[in-house]
Design a protein around this ligand. Structure first.
Ligand code: 5MM
Length: 332
């Protein structure tokens, strides 16, 4: 079995990041509705194909997160090669979203816990056989007047740790994603406090469940002002506060940290990552991206169901910009 640390390095090292293309069918349908394309299995296959087969994407992308439907699909224009096989041949690690979504947390108002642990060992073994070498599980933490509660932090951290241990038992690198949402009006200082606590409790649980830290990838939110906050923090402030929070909470053994974009504009997501890597080139972990919307937004809109070439061009440009940001050398 390949060493988990090596896989985590291939996903996040050498200036590469991760493409999050694991939208579940309802989310993909919302995205397609916005561009007037029917969300059929064939159209979803065609869209994922244009991302995965974009010429040279492997220079910038070390791993692709897929949804259950996608990992069973194949390229549409290159002799129907299964996506897993196609990616593996290009040196890109195939991955799979394995959580079953964030559901209401019983006993708490307006809080979620991510489900999917029952039967997970068997599902992971099947995905390993299909060729996946990493997995992803996303926990959702919303900032509100009286949230998050300690019960919400702990329930989500415990599930993330149980999932991560099961992944490593099956030979898969777990991406551990405790996402503090950008929705709301809160300040960057509030986001710092909540992210600090979420990471602290998540690592306590990961250590208790004997998860190998070098064989995992953390996928956190950046420390940032909420979407509807009256005062938007500068790029420098986001970079400073995010690095401070990560240094305070993420053990140096962790191989990679790959941010989610979370609703930031594509440009902001690149600038923030760039500022962090420009500020400190001696970080203990690879600091990179695992973006969904910030990598796909331009491509999806220019595709519109037809314009494959333009969509691939836009996707490659975003991937390249973020790869440069991994070395802190991106400039507009
Ligand atoms: C790609 O979107 C994923 C969520 O999909 P579902 O809501 O359909 O399950 C999501 O987990 C994603 O991987 C991360 O949030 C990163 O995506 P963004 O768009 O925040 O960079």
């Amino acid at each position: 079995m390949t060493n988990l640390k090596d896989i985590a390095f291939r996903m996040t090292g050498s200036g590469k990041g991760i493409l999050a293309a694991d939208e579940s069918t309802p989310t993909c349908t919302n995205r397609f509705n916005s561009i007037g394309v029917d969300s059929t299995p064939e159209n979803r296959n065609e869209y994922r194909d244009l991302l995965i087969t974009a010429n040279g994407m492997e220079k910038y992308i070390g791993g692709v997160i897929m949804f259950d439907e996608t990992i069973r699909q194949s390229t549409t224009c290159e002799n129907k090669i299964p996506f897993v096989e196609y990616l593996t041949k290009k040196g890109v690690v195939p991955g799979i979203k394995v959580d079953k979504g964030a559901k209401n947390l019983a006993g708490f108002e307006n809080e979620k816990v991510t489900e999917g642990l029952d039967g997970l060992r068997e599902r992971l073994n099947e995905y390993y056989e299909l060729g996946a070498r990493f997995a992803k599980w996303r926990a959702v933490i919303r900032i509100g007047d009286n949230t998050p509660s300690l019960g919400c932090y702990e329930a989500n951290a415990h599930a993330l740790a149980r999932y991560a241990a099961l992944c490593q038992e099956s030979g898969l690198v777990p991406i551990v994603e405790p996402e503090v949402l950008m929705n709301g009006t809160h300040t960057i200082d509030k986001c710092y406090d909540v992210t600090d606590k979420a990471l602290k409790i998540t690592f306590e649980q990961l250590i208790k469940q004997n998860v190998s830290l070098e064989g995992m990838v953390l996928k956190p939110n950046m420390v940032i002002s909420a979407l509807d906050c009256a005062e938007k923090a500068s790029v420098e402030k986001v970079a400073d506060m995010t690095l401070k929070c990560l240094k305070a909470n993420v053990p140096s053994e962790v191989t990679g940290i790959a941010f989610l974009s979370g609703g930031q504009s594509s440009d902001d997501a690149t600038k923030h990552l760039n500022a962090m890597n420009a500020q400190d080139d001696n970080l203990p972990w690879n600091l990179t991206f695992s973006y969904g919307r910030a990598l796909q937004h331009d491509a999806l809109n220019s595709w519109g169901g037809k314009n494959r070439q333009e969509a691939q061009k836009r996707f490659l440009q975003r991937a390249k910009n973020n790869s440069l940001a991994c070395s802190g050398v991106f400039s507009n």
